[in-house]
Design a protein around this ligand. Structure first.
Ligand code: NDP
Ligand code: AKG
Ligand code: MG
Length: 474
């Protein structure tokens, strides 16, 4: 039987294989691409042109991408029939070739089809969504110092409420579940008092597992280890004060990972305070140190004071020699912040953050918010990475009102292509694009979204015009 129902892969080129989670890259990899809905018709061709031009210029024909067009969303329904939004051919192509790139796909709100974008991440277990937000000189921004923001949102991609385990308010199974929760599960808990889920409630489940959290945070810490100086920093973002056993557990499992598997190369924020206090005053007593790390120490109960003292003692005993005397300053700093506070922190103290490790929903929100600070969604790339596959895509959606007008900013998908080239190890081509894109922006050759924010406003270039401008600055 043929491998594909309606597709013919390129006759030249080789598949990328994954060995122990690492891609093995041939000189002519076959890379499937999904054009995307809405503005995908504008963005994808503009991106493909830039990627091809960069690879040609960097490698003079020695390396080349063999593109393989595959279908999802509206285009797939046109070819495969009604409701065939994500045909098996497309899944088989990504399974076979390992690395793919895509434009945005529409998800209707409420009933109807579930997100194709989320489905792809789940099907291929692409558990880390990596969304860098950095500033390109000359980009207009509502912020006074947008250059201070240089963060990478590491968003868990397969769990949390995005798993899609939910029931409509009038679903009979949902009603049975609600009754069971109200009459059996909640009373049995003992700590939930008289809480009851109101009649007429939709119900969604928010699973967050230790395995899912730690494999994701592991990738974030490994990424931080590749960075330098203050950027060796992972912040665990959570709403653990409210959702203790999901968001709070994400934080706890993150610290557990950092202080076990990565013990030799990580320091937690509290540990850094304890060691730093002692380095500033070598005569500092355990209790004085405890007082410095715990606000309100003096009004704590004796038991609580004893436990903070024991924490200080434990840290000095365990890592005083291996991490003390300033050695911890070269290590990856792991701290945590509550999700709502991180939204203001990245605006008021952006330079203090580097990698933000988040659960799925928080990462979705934070990645759009951080993008807004450095020029908007048109400049926001992303990658979905797993052990056996990777799919590159922008942070934004289909922006339907701009579709087919050759005006949308392709920067986000072009920069997703840069991430893909870096993933392939094709750094020379990636650097050419970064250089070309930076020069186009500095030269005020920008699409409408950036042009309207410039002071004074400039005439925008088109979507295709922007890609030409990028290439002209290689
Ligand atoms: N991974 C994916 O494929 C994603 C898909 N979606 C889906 O996309 C659809 C539309 O979602 P919507 O909420 O409108 O969000 P979008 O991200 O598609 O667009 C919202 C607004 O953001 C700005 N914007 C987005 N992309 C760009 C760009 N490349 N250049 C410049 N500006 C841009 C535009 O603002 P303005 O008009 O003010 O200039 C646009 O109107 C939905 O079905 C949603 O589910 C959403 C997110 C991710
Ligand atoms: O899949 C969708 O429609 C939305 C997904 C989304 O907002 C995201 O991945 O950032
Ligand atoms: Mg989003």
């Amino acid at each position: 039987m043929a491998q594909f129902e309606k597709l013919s892969p390129p006759s030249q080129g080789t598949a990328i294989r994954f060995v122990n989670g690492q891609p093995v890259i041939p000189n002519e990899p076959i890379i499937p691409f999904i054009r995307g809905d809405g503005t995908g018709v504008d963005i994808w061709p503009a991106t493909q042109r830039v990627l091809d031009a960069a690879v040609t210029k960097a490698y003079q024909g020695v390396r080349r991408i063999e593109w393989f067009k595959v279908y999802a969303g509206d285009e797939a329904c046109d070819l495969y029939g009604t409701y065939q939004y994500l045909p098996e051919d497309t899944l088989e192509a990504i399974r076979t070739y390992g690395v793919a790139i895509k434009g945005p796909l529409t998800t209707p709100i409420g009933g109807g089809i579930r997100s194709l974008n989320v489905a792809l991440r789940q099907i291929f277990d692409l558990y880390s969504c990596v969304r860098p937000c950095r500033y390109y000189k000359g980009t207009p921004s509502p912020h006074k110092r947008p250059q201070d923001l240089d963060v990478i949102v590491y968003r868990e991609n397969t769990e949390d409420i995005y798993m899609g385990v939910e029931w409509e308010a009038d679903d009979p199974v949902g009603k049975t579940l609600r009754e069971h929760l109200n009459t059996v599960v909640i009373p049995a808990n003992g700590k939930l008092g008289k809480r009851q889920i109101p009649e007429g409630s939709g119900i969604g489940i928010k699973p967050v597992s230790k395995h899912g959290s730690q494999r994701h945070i592991r990738k974030a810490i490994q990424h931080a280890l590749r960075l330098k100086g203050d950027k060796r920093h992972v912040t665990l973002v959570h709403k653990g004060n409210i959702m203790k056993f999901t968001e709070g557990a994400f934080r706890d499992w993150g610290y557990e990972l950092a202080t076990s598997e990565f013990r030799d190369v990580c320091i937690t924020e509290r540990e850094s305070w304890i060691l730093g206090n002692l380095e500033n005053d070598p005569q500092l007593s355990i209790q004085a140190n405890a007082r410095m790390i715990e606000p309100g120490y003096d009004s704590l109960t004796p038991e609580r004071k004893a436990s903070i003292d024991a924490e200080v003692h434990g840290v000095l005993d365990a890592i005083g020699t291996s991490h003390g005397n300033g050695q911890w300053k070269a290590m990856v700093l792991v701290d945590d912040r509550i999700a709502d506070s991180i939204f203001q922190q990245i605006q008021t103290r952006p330079q203090e953050y580097s990698i933000l490790a988040t659960l799925n929903l928080n990462g979705d929100y934070i990645s759009d918010a951080a993008a807004a600070m450095v020029g908007g969604l048109g400049m926001a790339p992303g990658a979905n990475i797993g052990e056996n596959a990777a799919i590159f895509e922008a942070t934004h959606g289909t922006a339907p009102k701009h579709a087919g007008l050759d005006r949308i900013n392709p920067g986000s998908v072009i920069l997703s292509g840069v991430m893909m080239l870096e993933f392939l190890g094709w750094q020379e081509a990636a650097d050419l694009i970064t250089k070309g894109l930076s020069a186009a922006i500095a030269n005020q050759q920008v699409t409408y979204d950036l042009a309207r924010l410039m002071d004074p406003p400039v005439d925008p270039v088109s979507c295709s015009g922007f890609s030409e401008a990028v290439i002209s600055h290689f």
